[in-house]
Design a protein around this ligand. Structure first.
Ligand SMILES: Nc1ncnc2c1ncn2[C@@H]1O[C@H](COP(=O)(O)OP(=O)(O)O)[C@@H](O)[C@H]1O
Ligand SMILES: [Mg+2]
Length: 234
């Protein structure tokens, strides 16, 4: 995946980590959650980060997403060194470049599915114009929730809620979509649907997707699997 020219690298690599370390706590209580991670995240692909509980998956994701500060090393997303940004710049960078999907869906209960999907545009101060409405429709189609846009989250199944959450995360055209255990609250049939849609987001929309999971079955949907073991890539 690594290429010699910077331009070439930008075509194929969505994000990279170099010598990434993260240590929590002090003295005897120190935990080395990341012990030196080097890797490139391929653009437009679905990558799963796997590994047992406590192996550092969430810490790695949080560092890649700019939600947590590494103790050492470098994270580059879309050509920007996250370590060069102050807190405010990092918040803006996340809003513009990164989408998130959570285990617990996190939809706003008082808004319809359609209103939830366009919410990140409004929060980012963008006008909901024809192009935005068209993208919302296209995402709802791709994710199979086009006939549910007028419903509130409580009127949707868990799988439908998670697919609305994926559409919401994709509305801003993020460089990276992160999903931390996105099927953790779903039964196996519904999980398969959501995983299929994450895979289609990569294949059909060219979306870079990173999923953290401890479920081997979930990882089989991914193009690449990164296995964590005790703070390192195994
Ligand atoms: N905020 C924190 N403070 C102290 N230790 C933490 C914190 N977050 C995670 N850890 C520790 O770091 C290690 C990796 O955790 P985590 O990245 O959550 O692993 P995973 O997501 O693979 O279960 C674990 O030993 C965990 O207990
Ligand atoms: Mg975790």
């Amino acid at each position: 995946m690594t290429t010699t020219t910077r331009q070439g690298a930008q075509e194929t690599v969505a994000a990279s980590a170099w010598n990434l370390t993260k240590t929590y706590g002090q003295g005897d209580a120190q935990v080395h959650a990341l012990r030196g991670i080097d890797f490139d995240l391929p653009r437009g692909r679905f990558t799963a980060i796997m590994g047992p509980s406590g192996s550092g998956k969430s810490t790695l994701m949080h560092c890649l997403a700019g939600l947590d500060q590494p103790s050492g090393g470098t994270v580059t997303v879309a050509g920007t060194d996250l370590g060069s940004l102050d807190d405010d710049a990092l918040t803006i960078f996340r809003r513009e470049h990164i989408g998130f999907v959570f285990q617990s869906f996190n939809l706003l209960p008082m808004l319809t599915a359609g209103e939830n999907i366009v919410l990140p545009l409004e929060l980012g101060g963008r006008r909901i114009d024809d192009a935005a409405r068209e993208r919302a429709r296209m995402l709802a189609d791709t994710l199979g929730v086009a006939d549910r846009l007028g419903h509130r989250p409580a009127e949707l199944s868990g799988g439908q809620q998670q697919r609305v959450a994926i559409a919401r995360a994709l509305i801003t055209e993020p460089d990276l979509l992160f999903a931390d255990e996105p099927t953790g609250n779903l039964d196996s049939t519904t999980s398969a649907e959501v995983l299929d849609h994450l895979r289609r987001s990569a294949r059909e929309l060219g979306q870079t997707v990173v999923m953290v999971t401890h479920e081997r079955d979930a990882a089989t949907y991914a193009d690449y699997v990164v296995t964590m073991q005790d703070g390192r890539i195994a």
